[in-house]
Design a protein around this ligand. Structure first.
Ligand code: URA
Length: 213
């Protein structure tokens, strides 16, 4: 009998069982830090997407930035590199950022989903619900002055609406209990398919510039 068991026996405990480890609640824990959260995301198996991912795509950039860009989900390039918006759409997003007189490193970029949906299909509601805690925690830790929702999926999820992008863009919305100003812009992948819509993004960015000045 080990010393521990002898001691437990001595104080009258014959049987003891280790508690199962408890998954941290990132929604309520104020001590969570980036390293822990990124590790948690990289080990996540909460939805089926973990089976097909190459790796998780956590987010990147300046964790203290006033600017938070939120896209939909990693695509093929992002899944391979482990970084959001690195493919063709990403290069166009860099131009959007540049047009705000910022560099990619100045802002934080994240996605609603941290894993790639196979064949770039739209994320399911279940996948979004499983992943949303991670994004909420990122938003809490960054505490940005503005959120830019990139594309329909991000905009509809963050604003909890089914309205179309045509209806959502061009207005300053507000996100969460801290009422963080949120604007929506067309997704760069859509702009690559429909370049004639680019001018609408530039006009939405004017609203952002005015708001942030
Ligand atoms: N599209 C997105 O919404 N996010 C990425 O990271 C890449 C493409």
């Amino acid at each position: 009998m080990s010393n521990l068991h002898k001691f437990l026996d001595y104080i009258g405990i014959q049987t003891y069982v280790l508690r199962p480890s408890i998954k941290p609640d990132y929604k309520s824990s104020s001590e969570t830090n980036w390293v822990e959260l990124e590790k948690e995301v990289s080990n996540c198996k909460d939805c089926e997407l973990h089976k097909t991912r190459t790796q998780t795509v956590f987010g990147c950039g300046n964790e203290q930035s006033d600017w938070l860009f939120i896209g939909e989900a990693p695509g093929k390039d992002e899944d391979l590199k482990g970084e959001p918006f690195v493919g063709r759409a990403g290069r166009l997003l860099n131009e959007v950022i540049f047009s705000l007189n910022l560099k990619r490193e100045d802002v934080y970029i994240a996605n609603i989903l941290k894993c790639r949906p196979p064949n770039n299909r739209d994320p399911s509601q279940d996948e979004i619900q499983s992943c949303t805690t991670y994004l909420q925690q990122q938003i809490k830790m960054i505490s940005p002055k503005i959120i830019i929702a990139v594309g329909r999926v991000a905009a509809q999820h963050l604003l909890n609406t089914d309205l179309t992008m045509a209806k959502l863009r061009g207005t300053v919305h507000s996100y969460g209990s801290k009422s963080i100003p949120l604007i929506t812009i067309y997704h760069p992948a859509y702009l690559l398919r429909s370049p004639s819509q680019k001018h609408k993004v530039w006009s939405d960015l004017q609203v952002v510039m005015t708001l942030m000045q």
